[in-house]
Write a protein that binds this ligand. Structure first.
Ligand code: ADP
Length: 429
């Protein structure tokens, strides 16, 4: 117990005793005690009421501190108050700094709560998607920034995912949106202007598509004349070999142009329609039959169909996936090897797997396999007729169906190409 507390107790007892003594002198001890106690209570009450009034008026300085316990109480209170004021000022300054920096950010930032209702946003968000900070507070973000992909992104709540969507305010402008969950059930929606990237991609895609398209007609004419000349008995013998070589190269060029056009189409078409049902099991059986009859002396090709589920998407894309993966497997597997195609589905989605026991691919090449014109062994692939476009086509065709391509391979052991499709694209037969 502090000295002041002891002093307060002693003073109180002394005052009551004095009251009792005075009362005893006048033959009214009890009354003396009572009056002394009431007097003390009245003094303490006055001090408390003064303190309460000073608190109410925010005028603690005006309190006469006195001494003893009351002085201790007042000064401790004052210290605590000063400390909390200091903290509050620091916190306010910090909040202002954070607000200023998010306000100055070129990217849009919108804070939303667990129900996707807008809490606050920065200036860039206002410019990019037209939010009004006060007016739109409490509104659902996807009511204002209306786009199916944004709604889906909000549902997924996955910071690793982002989507490119057209600007809701201006034509030909594109925004990239990402959602980062943070704090107690809050999310930060980050919006970035990616018009330059999208435009550049489009220019590149258009250029490749246009160039390939323009090359197609002259190539058809050249191939036609080469065929006529090859069949012409009047053409001198010494021209037979050059003509045959020219024909091979013209066929290669036609094939490259065809693949480039296919790639441009896959890139430009967006997501595959959900209206058509693709019988994957049937396509696998047809492809196995076609490749087995062509590569008669090649590796054995087996199929394992574990599901008759249908895939919602484009049949030509799935056919192209199968064709490219099978062509690669046949090209890179010896005659005594084996190729197996599997189609299986469960509640998590569908998997179309092409596995071979061929030469395999070194780990350092795996990440680059789906790049355009990437070939592991350039010299050899060219001789074999590969251009490094097949897996790029496969990847884009899978992505158009919301899926992913997973590749595993071991040199000398073989390779496995797994095309994974989401459950939302599957229907029962
Ligand atoms: P290409 O037309 O040259 O086959 P792809 O894009 O289809 O082009 O394949 C890229 C490279 O990946 C190929 O050059 C080849 O080296 C390698 N590759 C693809 N599939 C296999 C496979 N099944 N086994 C071994 N290597 C493969």
């Amino acid at each position: 117990m502090s000295a002041a507390s002891k002093k307060l107790i002693a003073g109180t007892i002394l005052a009551i005793a004095v009251g009792g003594l005075v009362g005893w002198l006048y033959s009214a001890t009890l009354l003396g005690l009572l009056v002394a106690a009431l007097l003390i209570i009245a003094i303490y009450m006055r001090k408390l009421l003064l303190f309460e009034r000073a608190l109410r008026h925010g005028d603690v300085e005006s309190i006469g501190y006195g001494d003893g316990v009351w002085q201790q109480l007042y000064s401790q209170f004052k210290q605590e108050r000063e400390r909390s004021n200091r903290y509050r000022k620091q916190a306010r300054r910090l909040v202002k700094e954070v607000q200023k920096s998010t306000y100055a950010m070129p990217d849009g930032a919108v804070v939303i709560d667990g129900d996707n209702e807008i809490v606050t946003c920065n200036r860039a968000a206002k410019n990019l998607i037209g939010l009004k900070r006060k007016k739109d507070r409490g509104q659902k973000l996807d009511n204002i920034f209306r786009h199916p992909q944004i709604t889906e992104l909000l549902q997924q709540n996955d910071a690793s995912q982002s989507v490119d969507v057209e600007s809701p305010l201006r034509d030909n402008e594109w925004l990239n949106c990402r959602i980062v969950p943070y704090g107690a059930n809050q999310k930060l929606v980050l919006i970035r202007d990616v018009t330059d990237r999208i435009t550049l991609n489009k220019v590149r895609r258009d250029f490749v598509a246009n160039a390939s398209h323009e090359l197609r007609s002259p190539l058809t004419v050249i191939s036609g004349y080469l065929e006529t000349l090859t069949d012409d008995p009047e053409v001198p013998d010494e021209l037979a070999k050059p003509l045959a070589q020219m024909q091979v190269q013209a066929r290669r060029m036609t094939s490259i142009v065809k693949d480039l056009l296919e790639l441009s189409r896959l890139e430009g078409d967006g997501q595959a329609s959900m209206d058509d049902r693709v019988d994957v099991a049937f396509l696998v059986a047809t492809a196995v039959q076609a490749f087995s009859s062509v590569a008669d002396d090649g590796p054995e090709i087996l199929s394992t169909i574990k599901s008759d589920a249908l895939l919602l998407g484009a049949e030509s894309d799935i056919d192209s996936i199968l064709h490219n993966l099978l062509a690669n497997a046949v090209r890179h597997t010896d005659a005594d090897g084996e190729i197996e195609i599997t189609w299986r589905t469960d509640e998590n989605g569908g998997e179309l797997i092409v596995r071979d026991t061929g030469e395999g691919i070194a780990a350092e090449h795996l990440v680059r396999l789906t790049e355009r014109f990437f070939r592991v062994d350039r010299g050899r692939s060219r001789g074999d007729g590969g251009f490094g476009l097949g897996l790029a086509i496969v990847k884009h065709a899978i992505e158009r169906h919301g899926g992913e391509l997973h590749i595993e391979s071991e040199p000398g052991e073989g390779s496995e190409f797994r095309c994974i499709f989401p459950a939302s694209r599957l229907v029962a037969a």
